[in-house]
Design a protein around this ligand. Structure first.
Ligand code: ZN
Ligand code: ZN
Length: 282
């Protein structure tokens, strides 16, 4: 059984309004730890989610870009989102947890070294990788991106990095560069076809690459009825989660960090997020 960390901060907006209440039944599990930033009436503890210092953000993003984000009303949420991913990575390396689910409000894959957009401000996975390299001399990582859209920010950050395997699943066609790979997904796809792409295109690559941890940029915006609808059913995400957890358990001591990306519907969030976390903790 894996020990799972959940990294959470309260945020405005519709989609996560049912949280953390919707995690009922999960938070009481012995192998689940809840790290939160603004829990009402709580006393300080080792389970607080602290904001990372801005100079850590500067390991990935230019000072000019940080300045631009600082002027936006989303700075606090953007920082807490990235902080969750960094904290998850560090606590995994410290041996406190095996895998993690990070509630981001603003992240990740449209944030490049000097640009941002599409609801992304800082690239939490990239900042976490930078911190793991700096603090623990870790080196090789895999990022799988199943958000419906192309992860232009993550692509740009790692296009010259031989030690990060970035596999982006989207409808676009992008030429492979170093360890950046784009897997083209049809505009309309069945769960089975998509799962086939994961097992034929992603799993062999990651088995050969041998990462020390896997980051999963998980968006559910490709679900039927969402803004990036490619026809996936709600149940598809649990199938992906099982596949990726199995890969992490086999290849890298269970080190899997799920970073919430696209998706807008509150009813889907309420249903899908607990199901994905249950796979992590199973
Ligand atoms: Zn998206
Ligand atoms: Zn892509």
């Amino acid at each position: 059984m894996n020990t799972t960390g959940i990294f959470f901060h309260y945020q405005d907006g519709e989609r996560l309004r049912d949280f953390p209440e919707a995690l009922e039944g999960i938070l009481s599990l012995d192998n689940v730890f809840f790290y939160d930033a603004f829990y009402p009436l709580k006393t300080p503890s080792s389970f607080d989610l602290e904001t990372i210092p801005i100079d850590i953000v500067g390991q990935v993003h230019t000072s000019d870009m940080i300045e631009r984000v600082s002027k936006s009303p989303s700075l606090e949420g953007a920082l807490l989102s990235a902080s969750g991913t960094v904290a998850a990575a560090i606590r995994i390396w410290n041996g406190e947890i095996d895998n993690a689910f990070v509630f981001t409000g603003y992240g990740d894959h449209h944030a490049g070294s000097d640009f941002f957009g599409g609801g992304c401000y800082f690239n939490g996975a990239a900042i976490a990788i930078s911190e793991l390299r700096r603090c623990f001399k870790a080196r090789r990582f895999a990022i799988i991106d199943t958000d419906a859209h192309h992860g232009d920010g993550t692509w740009e950050i790692f296009e010259n990095d031989e030690d990060v395997l970035y596999t982006c699943f989207c409808s676009g066609s992008y030429e492979e560069k170093n360890k950046n790979v784009n897997i083209q997904v049809p505009w309309s796809v069945s769960d089975e076809e998509y799962l086939g792409l994961v097992s034929e295109q992603f799993l062999p690559r990651i088995e050969a690459f041998r990462p020390e941890a896997i980051f999963w940029n998980w968006g559910y915006d490709g679900t039927d009825g969402e803004y990036g609808d490619i026809g996936l059913t709600p149940g598809s995400h649990v199938l992906f989660a099982r596949e990726l957890k199995r890969a992490a358990d086999t290849l890298c001591h269970g080190r899997l960090i799920v970073v919430l990306c696209g998706g807008s519907r509150r009813d889907l969030a309420r249903h899908l997020i607990p199901n994905v976390i249950r796979v992590l903790a199973g």
